[in-house]
Every structure is written in structure tokens, then in C-alpha cells.
Design a protein around this ligand. Structure first.
Ligand code: UTP
Length: 418
């Protein structure tokens, strides 16, 4: 290890009050020493510590800025309307203008499963299927129905990229055309503990983690996914998460409605049944599509209805989004705001001992995908039936656990598969 480089690293740590990161340095091998010092030189301490400091500033929220965002309800359409819009969407899909992005770069800290969440095996007795397989089967069904091969992009994190790719390899890409699948990694940021200190994942490694699903646009630009989509003449991109086993990756109705209403951005919502449920809902903020965080929604606001008796703020986000490639290009250059999340992360303490916390201990900074929608004047919002389209796996003890997902998955497929 070059002494100059080590001195430079020490200087940076001193400036940002992070000298503890070298506390186990003397016990490291030469290779490990080099790795740690290089990581210190690469990390943008100014950025992460500013994010940390600013995250304690009181959020200025005014109900006066908020108004309802109009939405359609799938259940209100007549058969002929459903047919009309779906045919419109179908035509675009059949023309090969549609691609899918699966955002699978999350840490899945609540589930606490070792490995990428997409590799989690859902027990569908007698078979087990990984979340990746479930997602793949959904896209394969569309390929079969429309006689096409949809380009499928999977966003991973630096942490889970290799394991994810290996998982696809050993599973023979679930018989999906291999050349139609592309992986790309998203950005990362260091984690910070409650004392404002970065933490060690290993004695030679500072813990960094993916920086939120909203980083998808910057990452698509950086890894030339946008260019790849352009080269294929793709016009529409569906963006969804990995953990909803009822996610409809290819829905001609959503696409047809988006085209017919001349929108560039569309999302699906489900009705938020309980007024004070901890779920964000769609709204309009200062005239732009936005998200209304549950922390700001009181009972009175949540119970508000229009003159026709329809709730104004009950359209819950389910991470099911459609955007035109033009819209993605527009936001791919923008730095979206960071939100602070409090998560459970194991770390190596100053004595070199690994500690596994039983409750959240670290702050993580994340971009949220829906913040990109505020860059558009309008968007299409379509309310769908939660029993048909929303069965996420978030943890083992809450309402979104593997058992509830399995039940909904089985019920749905019993009713729809022949
Ligand atoms: P969640 O917000 O539920 O986060 O992600 P998570 O990482 O899966 O789980 P927790 O909060 O740590 O328990 C919703 C979707 O967004 C993806 C996830 O993979 C999931 O499909 N995501 C999340 C990313 O792709 N990148 C991220 O940085 C965060």
C-alpha cells in the first residue's frame, strides 16, 4: 500500500470525522488494506453526510398544496370499453414496442432472507417457485399470447448482481430466450448509523447498499439500457418490483388507456381500505402528479369524498408503472430527491466482532420511483382489484407475508388458468 494513498484516506476520514473506519486496518492483509483504502477514496463523504444532516430538517408540508389525482377504475369499464382499450394496447405490444424492467435491487431487509429477494422460493405445494420464476412465467405467458419475445431488463444491486445472474444461469433462464434478458446494476450509497458514522460490513469493507428503486432511470442511462431500447424501437416500458407475485408485467389495458389519454406515464393503484393504513396514496401536488405520504394524512383527509361519493385520497401505490421511453429519457438525467429509511443492517464493531441487530439501526438513503412523475403535467392512474394484482412479500409477520402471497397467488391462478 502506497503511503501517500493511505495518508490521503486518513485525511479524508479526519475531515469527515469517520476515522473509526480504519480501526481494524493493522489486522488486514495487504490486499484487504488496499481494498479498504480504495473504497475510502471513492466514497463521496460530502454527499452522504449532507444527506444525513439534511434529513433531520423538518419537512414543510401544506395540505393546501395537495389536490386529488383523477383515476380510472377497471371495474367501472363496460365490456366494449375494456375491449377497445385492450385492443389498442395489444397492437403496440404485438408490434414489438414494449419492454419490461424488473427492479430487483432492493436489500429486502424486512424479509431478512439471505440472498436476492427474487431467489426466495415461494412454497406453492407441491411446487416451489422463486419470485424470479413467477415474474418470468408472467412475461412468458404474454410472449405466447402475442407471439413475441419481450425484452426483459433486470435491475440488480452491486450487492446481489452476481448471485442473481448465477441463479438465472443455474435455472437455465427459466427457458426465457437468454438473449432477451439483460441485467444492469443500480447505484449505491454508504449506510449511516444513528451517530452519523459509516459502518463496516467486514473489517476491510464499508457497508454500502442500493440507493432506492428511483435510481432506475439514472442507471438505465449509465448502463446504456436506454440506448438499447432505442435501438430496438421500443416505445413503452413497464417498471415493476420483484416481490409482488400477482404483478401484471404486460397489461394491454393499461397501455391502451395510456395511449388513448395521451399520457406518457401511468400507474396502477388499489383502493386503500382502511383510512389510516400506513400506505402512500397518489395525489396532485402543486398541480403535478405526486405521492401523499401516510404520515401527512389524517382521518378527515382520508375520509374525504367528492360529490359523487368517491374517495379523494385512497389510491394506494403498488409499484406497477408504465412509461414511454421518451418519458424515461427525460427523467434519466435528473437527480431525484433522497428519502431516509431506517433499516436493520449487520455490522462489524470496533473490536472486529460482527453484530446482528434485532431492530433497525442504520439510515439508508433512497430515491423513490414515483418522485419522477412530478416532472410531468399529468399521468394516468388506473385502480385495479387487489385480489388480482397485488400480493407482495415484505416480511414474515405482517400482512404481506409469504402465506398471504401464496393464498392470493393460488386463488387467482385457480380462477384464471385453464
Ligand atoms: P421495497 O421498498 O419493499 O424494499 O422495494 P426492499 O429492499 O425490497 O425491502 P426492505 O424495505 O429492505 O425490507 C420494493 C421493490 O423495489 C425494489 C425491490 O427489489 C422491490 O422489488 N428496489 C428497492 C430496488 O430495486 N432497489 C432499491 O434500492 C430498493
Amino acid at each position: 500500500m502506497n503511503n501517500n494513498t493511505l495518508d490521503k484516506a486518513k485525511e479524508i476520514l479526519k475531515k469527515y470525522n469517520q476515522e473509526h473506519l480504519l480501526c481494524l486496518y493493522n489486522e488486514l492483509s495487504d490486499e484487504e488494506k488496499e481494498k479498504l483504502v480504495n473504497q475510502i477514496l471513492k466514497i463521496n463523504f460530502e454527499e452522504i453526510l449532507t444527506l444525513y444532516k439534511n434529513s433531520f430538517k423538518e419537512d414543510v408540508f401544506s395540505l393546501n398544496d395537495i389536490s386529488p389525482l383523477e383515476h380510472f377504475e377497471k371495474s367501472s369499464f363496460t365490456q366494449s370499453e375494456l375491449y377497445y382499450y385492450s385492443s389498442l394496447g395489444e397492437q403496440e405490444i404485438k408490434n414489438g414496442n414494449y419492454a419490461v424492467v424488473t427492479m430487483a435491487g432492493g436489500q429486502g431487509t424486512r424479509l431478512g432472507y439471505k440472498g436476492p429477494k427474487g431467489t426466495y422460493m415461494l412454497d406453492l405445494e407441491p411446487n416451489k417457485k422463486s419470485l424470479f420464476q413467477i415474474m418470468c412465467e408472467d412475461i412468458k405467458n404474454a410472449n405466447k399470447k402475442y407471439n413475441i419475445e419481450i425484452s426483459w431488463y433486470i435491475m440488480t444491486s452491486e450487492e446481489n448482481d452476481i448471485t442473481t445472474k448465477n441463479f438465472f444461469e443455474i435455472n437455465n433462464y427459466f427457458d426465457y430466450p437468454k438473449d432477451k434478458i439483460k441485467f444492469f446494476t443500480q447505484g449505491k450509497l454508504p449506510l449511516i448509523n444513528t451517530e452519523g458514522k459509516l459502518i463496516l460490513q467486514e473489517p476491510y469493507l464499508i457497508k454500502e447498499a442500493s440507493n432506492g428503486n428511483g435510481n432506475v432511470f439514472n442507471s438505465m442511462l449509465k448502463h446504456k439500457i436506454i440506448e438499447d431500447l432505442e435501438n430496438q424501437n421500443i416505445k413503452w416500458v413497464f417498471l415493476g418490483g420483484i416481490d409482488n407475485v400477482l404483478l401484471k408485467n404486460v397489461d394491454p389495458l393499461l397501455l391502451g388507456l395510456t395511449i388513448a389519454t395521451e399520457n406518457q406515464v401511468a400507474s396502477k393503484s388499489i383502493f386503500k381500505k382502511s383510512p389510516l393504513e400506513k400506505t402512500a396514496v397518489y395525489c396532485s401536488k402543486l398541480g403535478k402528479p405526486s405521492i401523499f405520504y401516510y404520515e401527512n394524512i389524517d382521518l378527515e383527509t382520508s375520509e374525504k369524498k367528492d360529490l359523487n361519493g368517491k374517495y379523494l385520497y385512497r389510491e394506494a401505490n403498488i409499484l406497477s408503472h408504465l412509461m414511454s421511453l421518451e418519458a424515461i429519457k427525460k427523467v434519466s438525467n435528473i437527480t431525484l430527491p433522497y428519502h431516509r429509511a431506517y433499516k436493520k443492517n449487520a455490522f462489524v464493531n470496533l473490536e472486529g466482532v460482527k453484530e446482528v441487530p434485532s431492530k433497525p439501526n442504520t439510515f439508508k438513503f433512497e430515491n423513490f420511483i414515483f418522485d419522477a412523475f412530478s416532472y410531468f403535467d399529468d399521468m394516468l392512474l388506473l385502480r385495479v382489484n387487489a385480489d388480482e394484482e397485488f400480493a407482495p412479500i415484505k416480511d414474515f409477520t405482517g400482512i404481506y407475508n409469504p402465506d398471504t402471497a401464496k393464498e392470493k397467488y393460488i386463488n387467482y391462478h385457480l380462477n384464471t388458468d385453464k
